[in-house]
Design a protein around this ligand. Structure first.
Ligand SMILES: [Fe+2]
Ligand SMILES: [Fe+2]
Length: 134
C-alpha cells in the first residue's frame, strides 16, 4: 500500500503561498488514501473531486502569476496543468462507473503532485524569485 504524503521542507519552492497550497493538496490527497483504506468508495470519489476543485484554483493562481511575471515556460506549464485536470476528470467519471480502482487514482495523484512540484513548479518559482532583468 502507498504511504501517506508527508510535507518535507525540501518540497518548498520558496514561495510561501505556493508551498501552503501544495501542502493543502497533499493533505487532500491523503484523504483519498484514507478513504481507500476505509474501503469507503463514495468518500473516495468525493475526496478526488475536492482535490480537483482545489487544484484547479491552485493552477489558476500559478498561471496568473506566470502571465504577470512574463514566465517564458507559461504555455508548456499551462498545458501540463490542463492535461492533468483532463485526466482527473476522466478518472472521476470512471470511479463513478467503478471502471477504475481508487488506489490507482491515488497513486497517480501522489506521483504526479510530487513530480510536478519538484520539476515544473520549482522552475517557475525560481523565475518568480529572480530579479527582473530590465
Ligand atoms: Fe503547483
Ligand atoms: Fe504547476
Amino acid at each position: 500500500m502507498t504511504d501517506y504524503l508527508e510535507w518535507l521542507d525540501e518540497y518548498s519552492v520558496g514561495i510561501p503561498e505556493l508551498d501552503a497550497e501544495h501542502r493543502r493538496l497533499m493533505e487532500l490527497t491523503n484523504r483519498v488514501l484514507h478513504a481507500v483504506e476505509a474501503h469507503d468508495h463514495p468518500r473516495g470519489i468525493a475526496a478526488v473531486e475536492e482535490v480537483i476543485a482545489v487544484m484547479v484554483k491552485h493552477f489558476d493562481r500559478e498561471e496568473a502569476w506566470m502571465r504577470t511575471s512574463g514566465f517564458p515556460g507559461y504555455e508548456a506549464h499551462r498545458a501540463a496543468h490542463n492535461e492533468h485536470v483532463r485526466r482527473l476528470m476522466g478518472f472521476s467519471l470512471e470511479l463513478k462507473r467503478e471502471a477504475i480502482d481508487l488506489v490507482d487514482v491515488v497513486e497517480f495523484l501522489m506521483t504526479w503532485l510530487y513530480d510536478h512540484i519538484q520539476h515544473l513548479d520549482v522552475e517557475f518559482a525560481a523565475h518568480l524569485k529572480s530579479p527582473p532583468t530590465e
